[in-house]
Design a protein around this ligand. Structure first.
Ligand code: 5GP
Length: 350
């Protein structure tokens, strides 16, 4: 029997290691994958175990992966310690979907779905993995921006590392192609250009926009700054690629078919030598501008948190060694975005 080529592609939102999986009927038949891998589904006939191949794998053999439904249930089980439905069937004959977890049998009726409350805020069809409590899979498709299409939004997430300069430098080199969406009430400096570093607006204009349209805003030295939805739209209407730099929470509002964001997590790299040096000097109070042990600890902590909560929404991690190499890398990402094909949620192009 020749299998028909499946057109269902899923982005895995969790790591799967069959050799550590006690629920699988056959560890050797499992397909290991990492969060972010794209899987081509061969069959979804079995409600518990699907067969899939990893895109880009030279191995043509399909392997077993947990179904969305089953993975959700396992995740629930791991978190809560009990099954969500106390009336769930106890013996294999009662169910049409089954598996083992930690040596215990988990039966599952085909009709079973985690309730909204159990999923805690997950959208009912799981189409927005940003909101889902249990990360399983997201259906994706290949997408290439066509010349007459609105350029994708580029979202930089830096967790407070200073990347304003990085963003502005790349934009200033190519102001006809890239732009920012940050209005500010601060006066324009002589070397700056409207729409390149910022949109320079009056306090009154800023305040009128703030009410609904800002994803985030803040004050610095009595001047207002912010990223606004309207400013993103107006950049895209000019057929330019808009680059924003926001907190990861903002992804909930930006991850839409309209913006089709490409998310780059800019992670500063602290070299070993610098770490040692700061440790040596920090007991007496670190010099200004130096990274202290506490700063390091905080950076690590927020990077871990960011990874847990939002890692599945990140398309690319950019390790910032120094400004020059970070600029080169960002430039190349932006160029590839205009030319190449990327996997995006199916719901964005349907
Ligand atoms: P500058 O005016 O020197 O370009 O930026 C000074 C400060 O303004 C930055 O260090 C940052 O604290 C703040 N700022 C710049 N861009 C934004 C932005 O998009 N949002 C917010 N909330 N603050 C910003």
């Amino acid at each position: 029997d020749r299998l028909r080529e499946s057109k269902v592609y899923l982005r895995a939102l969790f790591d799967y290691i069959p050799l550590e999986d006690k629920a699988t009927p056959c560890q050797e038949a499992g397909l290991p994958f990492k969060r972010g891998d794209i899987l081509q589904v061969v069959t979804q006939d079995d409600p518990t175990w699907w067969q899939a191949k990893r895109v880009g794998d030279s191995n043509l053999r399909a392997g077993l992966v947990p179904s969305k439904h089953f993975q959700e249930r396992l995740a629930y089980r791991m978190k809560v310690g009990t099954l969500p439905n106390p009336k769930s069937p106890k013996t294999p004959s009662d169910c049409d979907c089954e598996g083992y977890f930690n040596g215990q049998y988990i039966g599952l009726r085909r009709s079973f779905r985690l309730s909204r409350k159990d999923r805690q805020g997950s959208s009912s069809d799981g189409s927005d993995p940003g909101d889902s409590e249990f990360l399983t899979y997201e259906e994706v498709t290949r997408y290439q921006q066509r010349p007459n299409e609105r350029p994708r939004l580029v979202v930089l997430i830096s967790l407070g590392a200073r990347i304003n300069e990085l963003k502005q430098r790349v934009i200033a080199e190519n102001p006809h192609r890239y732009a920012v969406a940050v209005p500010t009430t601060r006066p324009k400096k002589p070397h700056e250009k409207e729409g390149v570093e910022y949109h320079f607006v009056t306090k009154q204009q800023f305040d009128t926009d703030v009410v609904n349209n800002f994803i985030e805003h803040g004050e610095y030295k009595e001047n207002q700054y912010g990223t606004s939805i309207e400013a993103i739209r107006s950049v895209q209407a000019k057929n330019k690629m808009c680059i924003v730099d926001v907190q990861p929470e903002a992804l909930r509002r930006l991850r839409t078919a309209e913006f089709k964001p490409y998310v780059v997590f800019v992670k500063p790299r602290v070299p070993e030598s610098r770490r040692r040096r700061t440790t040596a000097t920090s007991p007496g109070g670190a010099e200004q501008g130096r990274i202290t042990d506490e700063d390091l600890q905080e950076m690590r902590q927020s990077a871990i948190q960011m990874d847990q909560q939002y890692g599945h929404l990140v398309d690319r991690v950019l390790i910032k060694e120094d400004s020059a190499s970070a600029c080169t890398e960002l430039r190349s990402i932006l160029e590839r975005l205009e030319r190449e094909c990327f996997w995006v949620p199916l719901s964005w192009v349907r």
